[in-house]
Ligand binder design. Structure first.
Ligand SMILES: Cc1ncc(COP(=O)(O)O)c(C=O)c1O
Length: 362
């Protein structure tokens, strides 16, 4: 008799695992500041809550395709409703895009480091993840390195813009070089809304039909627990995503919440303003303490503290012990330990983080 494990697809055993268990720890310690998850610290407004409460009253019914919401979103990008596929947070897009483009043995090119969910979802399709380290001096994408890694098996390229965890935007001309390859390209704009002055790259899909954009409301909109995101692409691309997504993947409540926040842009503006104000304070404080913060354009800042001789594990433990602050572990970059990532929390939590920094590194 075969054992159960031998019935599973072989790549189940070899794929990297994305471990979300820190969430169980964080929820069980409500007095700890969760500055490690790129969450938004500000809860949904009453307007969003009311919309969700109204929607749940119809919770016995299956949701429709959300045409009014898709139209609203499309208009924000100069696109139509059929250029928009709604999803249950962009993690669902990450999963669907791997299944759309990768057969076992096919390759996806991305940077290292990257958002940790991408490699496992590719590997769970039997795909091979080709990761090209970011440039050492500025942590920018190594565009030449990524382009040189393209071969016959390359079926997908990923550019997160701005990148996670480094926080940097790619140059427009470099992004266009990826588009020019003709290979399907995911431009993940999870953090773009923290930069209202920067236009979205959605126009690329008009010139390059193999390009699609992934957007989430988990960050600037603060919907990480509500779960809402969308894909922008040509009608052909969107039809393909909709076949891969499950029907009814977005709940009535999530759609209602999304519409309510889009009708109330002030809520988004205030959340972005809170984040960006604290990001600047973190940056200045880290610099003052002799650390190397990277100029970041999302809700997270990568800080290089390797010059202090402390390892990442030591720093994370000290923040927990001294101020009950969770920071994000960042693996070695170019062989060096001592990097960590921090996301602004509430005012009170941010003050605790600063207190820790001054006491530990000062
Ligand atoms: C680049 C990037 N894409 C997607 C996601 C996942 O977002 P969602 O909550 O919409 O699944 C994250 C979350 O941190 C991210 O950093």
């Amino acid at each position: 008799m075969k054992e159960l494990k031998d019935w599973f697809v072989p790549w189940l055993h070899t794929a990297r695992v994305y471990d979300p268990s820190i969430l169980d720890v964080a929820w069980s310690k409500p007095d700890h500041a969760r500055l490690m998850l790129n969450e938004n610290p500000i809860p949904p407004s009453d307007k969003v809550v009311e919309a969700v409460v109204n929607a749940v009253k119809h919770g016995n019914r299956y949701p429709d395709s959300g045409k009014r919401l898709r139209t609203k979103i499309g208009e924000m990008y100069g696109l139509g409703p059929d250029n928009v596929a709604l999803c249950n947070g962009s993690s669902e897009t990450i999963d669907a895009m791997m299944r759309l483009f990768l057969k076992p043995g096919d390759e996806i090119i991305m940077s290292n480091p990257t958002f940790g969910l991408f490699p496992p979802r590719a590997e769970l399709c039997g795909g091979k993840v080709v990761q090209i380290p970011v440039r050492e001096e500025d942590l920018q994408y190594d565009v030449d390195g990524m382009l040189n890694a393209i071969n016959d098996r390359t079926k997908l390229i990923l550019v997160i813009n701005p990148n996670n965890p480094t926080g940097v935007f790619i140059d427009d001309a470099d992004l266009e070089r990826f588009c020019e390859t003709g290979i399907p390209l995911c431009v993940d704009e999870a953090y773009k809304d923290y930069n209202p002055e920067k236009p979205s790259k959605a126009d690329l899909i008009k010139k390059y039909p193999q390009v699609f954009l992934s957007v989430t409301f988990s960050k600037a909109h603060g919907f990480a627990g509500i779960r809402f995101g969308f894909v922008l692409g040509t009608e052909e691309m969107i039809a393909a995503f909709n076949r891969m997504f499950l029907p009814w993947n977005v709940s009535l409540m999530a759609m209602a919440a999304a519409e309510a926040i889009l009708d109330n842009p002030e809520e988004i503006r205030a959340k972005v303003e809170h984040n960006n104000r604290w990001m600047k304070i973190f940056y200045d404080e880290a610099k003052k303490l002799g650390l190397k913060p990277y100029p970041a354009h999302g809700n997270y800042m990568l800080i290089d503290a390797s010059m202090t001789g402390k390892t990442t594990a030591e720093i994370l433990q000290a923040a927990l012990d001294m101020e009950k602050v969770f920071l994000k572990r960042i693996g070695e970059i170019h062989g060096k330990s001592g990097y960590f990532r921090v996301t602004p929390g509430t005012d009170e939590e941010n003050e605790r983080f600063l207190k820790f920094m001054r006491a530990y590194f000062g």
